[in-house]
Design a protein around this ligand. Structure first.
Ligand code: ZN
Length: 317
């Protein structure tokens, strides 16, 4: 069974399995990745792998594995108070004191910090004391979507496990199993907007917000080549992050390419693509696709989002 329930991330799963087989258990793991990338799933699987006593752990069948996966194992402790904005120093001190009490029913005692980035500097300093001299049975699992917020002294003591985006086909396959009733175009849109992270794609589909309302605004501005609409669309994006802009450019390019394909008889991926195919000439669509690819190249070569938007305001007219 092993780590198979975590989708994708093959290399990471193989490395982890191999090091656990050799009996290498780190005292500190830093599991990093964006929202919805599977950090909690991996933490639970890793916890089960460390505590399970069956062959090829985690077997996910024994009572130890089951308790870890349900969150009821007494030696797998979550350190967080979701009511509070930060993970308080008090909470970390409590965990630190608790760690010196022997495990209840296993050879190890694990502490899960679901949002390590919210520990703040005092909290991290409190944690550092355990990081320097952990008891032999102690294992810390720090989860974060922003490893840069951790002190270098904390980060350097951790074995970092970095979760990656899923390949499109793998993600779409899972979404098809999870949301068989959803429209294929919604699943496509959710996969695209999630940036390859299953948790985010599931949320978009569950909330019915897979289709990007911004796509509508792009279509209106692009179809008419209206300078004012283009400004309204692009000026607010001038200050956006590079990754956000890159994701939007990808979505717009998919739209324009789907509209082009639609003009040659392929079914459109979304209602917006269909509308675009009807309102634009093939020449206009080719031009749009070329501009968006050029803009994506600019983003990739570190041109500022402001300058890239400025280019598009002019080029898409
Ligand atoms: Zn087991």
């Amino acid at each position: 069974m092993g780590f198979d329930t975590l989708l994708g991330n093959q290399q990471l799963k193989e490395n982890l399995t191999r090091s656990l087989e050799r009996g290498h258990i780190s005292h500190f793991y830093l599991i990093s990745g964006p929202e919805g990338s599977g950090k909690r799933t991996l933490a639970r699987l890793l916890g089960a792998a460390i505590l399970c006593r069956e062959k090829n752990p985690p077997c996910l069948k024994c009572h130890v594995c089951r308790k870890v996966m349900e969150g009821s194992h007494p030696d797998f402790i979550t350190v967080d108070d979701p009511e509070k904005k930060t993970v308080t120093v008090d909470l970390i001190r409590q965990a630190r004191a608790d760690m010196y009490i022997q495990p209840n029913e296993s050879d190890h005692k694990l502490y899960l910090f679901p949002r390590a980035q919210d520990m703040g500097i005092p909290g991290q300093n409190a944690l550092l004391k355990v990081l320097e001299e952990p008891p032999a049975y102690g294992v810390f699992l720090l989860l974060t979507d922003n490893p840069d917020k951790l002190l270098p002294t904390v980060r350097s003591r951790c074995t970092e496990l970095k979760l990656q985006a899923l390949p499109r086909d793998l993600l779409l396959g899972q979404l098809e199993r999870d949301f068989p009733q959803a429209q294929p175009e919604d699943r496509e849109a959710a996969a695209l907007r999630s940036g390859g992270f299953l948790g985010q794609a599931r949320t978009l589909l569950a909330e019915g917000t897979a289709q990007d309302p911004g796509a509508e605004a792009f279509c209106r501005a692009f179809a008419g080549g209206d300078p004012l609409l283009l400004l309204q669309l692009l000026v607010p994006l001038e200050k956006s992050k590079r990754e956000t802009l890159s994701l939007l450019l990808d979505q717009w390019l998919t739209l324009v390419e789907s509209a082009l394909a639609c003009r040659s008889g392929v079914p459109a991926l979304s209602p917006q693509a269909r509308a675009l195919a009807q309102s634009c000439t093939a020449q206009r669509l080719y031009h749009g696709a070329a501009c968006l690819k050029q803009a994506q190249l600019y983003v990739d070569s570190n041109v500022s989002p402001g300058a890239v938007c400025g280019y598009l305001e002019w080029a898409l007219r």
